[in-house]
Design a protein around this ligand. Structure first.
Ligand SMILES: *Cc1c(COP(=O)(O)O)cnc(C)c1O
Length: 378
């Protein structure tokens, strides 16, 4: 099946016992055992629930992995993956990774002796020089958040394999419709399904996909032991969202291209970060490893321009956290998504105060441009 069809019919398609076209919401904590020695598929909903199982099977098929796991948030998914490691282990992370991923390593896993070290993921040589005996995994996001740097997944995975490291890719920005890291050699894919996969800014969810049975067994053990599972209702909503992913991503892609070109020509804008520009550092790699350039654009407003009043003056474009919803969302990374990163490091990697991140929605592109123009000129 092609991905457009798999999005709708993959995983568990409907309900065999009633013919319902949707997987029911199995709102139950426990399951009747029946016979004393019965070996039933479900026992208790932390360990497994049929609605959650449907979304887990679906994401595994979409990412072409071995097994999928659904969590109560993207951070719960990331935390479960990082729980694979132990005291003394070190994870290499790319330099502008999601702020929450940085925070959980910097302030939480550090308490258990799990360390991290930051590298510029657009520079493969820098990656190689950071590998030592304590390094056990490489954790990347591509495009990076919020500066849209591109990392060659295949190259990273090759280096990781040679050094016996696990490659972890946060695929939130691209989704399996545009990019499938496991087919490029990654071992684990993480999603904040809160974003494009759910797509309607109406739930918080996380997904993990692994490429082999051994990792599947370990992640299932962690999921069941630590318990950060996705509820049956949110699993249902997530399946519902995923069905329209192809249509939504196509529109996010085309709208973002229009808006990126539009912003580039604005006199108030200093620089636009968009991997769909041919002169973008990662354009070639992005074109090779993904089917599109996604819906996220970051841009720098000219020195001295009042970014606070720009953000406050927007009407259609929603000023708030998050991304990947049907509505255009705009945020100020330095004080919002990336506030957990120390100011000095933020400056160093380019997350300055006049940097704006725009998640281009699927509204009419002219309405988005009109709103941006009005707010820029006010
Ligand atoms: C939002 C986000 C997360 C965290 O996901 P939550 O669902 O908010 O916990 C992780 N990675 C990326 C790239 C994100 O955008």
């Amino acid at each position: 099946m092609k991905i457009e069809s798999l999005l709708i019919h993959g995983g568990i398609d409907g309900d065999a016992s009633t013919g319902a076209v949707n997987v029911p919401i199995y709102q139950t904590s426990t399951f009747k055992k029946g016979k004393f020695d019965a070996d039933n598929a479900y026992e208790y909903s932390r360990s497994g629930n049929p609605t959650r199982a449907a979304v887990e099977k679906l994401i595994a098929e979409l990412e072409e992995g071995y097994a999928g796991f659904a969590f109560g948030s993207g951070m719960a998914a990331t935390t479960a993956v990082l729980s694979l490691f132990k005291t003394g282990d070190k994870i290499l992370i790319s330099n502008n990774i999601y702020g929450g991923t940085f925070r959980v390593l910097d302030k939480y896993f550090i308490n258990f002796g799990i360390h991290y070290s930051v590298f510029n993921s657009s520079n493969i040589e820098e990656l190689k020089s950071n590998i030592d005996d304590s390094v056990k995994a490489i954790f990347i996001e591509t495009p990076t958040n919020p500066l849209m740097g591109i990392t060659d997944i295949e190259e990273v995975a090759k280096i990781a394999k040679k050094n016996n490291l696990i490659t972890i890719v946060d695929n939130t920005f691209m989704t399996p419709y545009l990019q499938k890291p496991i087919t490029l050699g990654a071992d684990i894919v993480i999603h904040s399904a809160t974003k494009y996969l759910a797509g309607h800014s109406d739930l918080i969810a996380g997904l993990v996909v692994v490429n082999n049975s051994k990792l599947a067994e370990r992640i299932h053990f962690i999921q069941n032991s630590t318990g950060g599972v996705l509820s049956p209702f949110d699993s249902f909503l997530l399946i519902r969202g995923i069905k329209t992913l192809a249509l939504r991503m196509d529109r996010h892609n085309s709208n973002a291209k229009i808006i990126a070109e539009f912003l580039k020509d604005k006199s108030e804008v200093e620089k636009v970060y968009y991997p769909g520009f041919e002169d973008h550092q990662g354009y070639k790699i992005q074109s090779k490893q993904a089917k599109g350039y996604g819906g996220i654009i970051s841009f720098i407003l000219k020195e001295g321009y009042d970014y606070k009043s720009f953000l406050g003056n927007l009407e259609l474009v929603t000023f708030g956290e998050s991304l990947g919803g049907v509505e255009s969302l705009i945020c100020h990374p330095a004080t919002m998504t990336h506030a957990a990163i120390p100011s000095e490091m933020r400056q160093k990697i380019g997350i300055t105060d006049n940097l704006i991140r725009l998640s281009v929605g699927i509204e009419n592109a002219y309405d988005i441009m009109e709103d941006l123009t009005k707010a820029l000129e006010l």
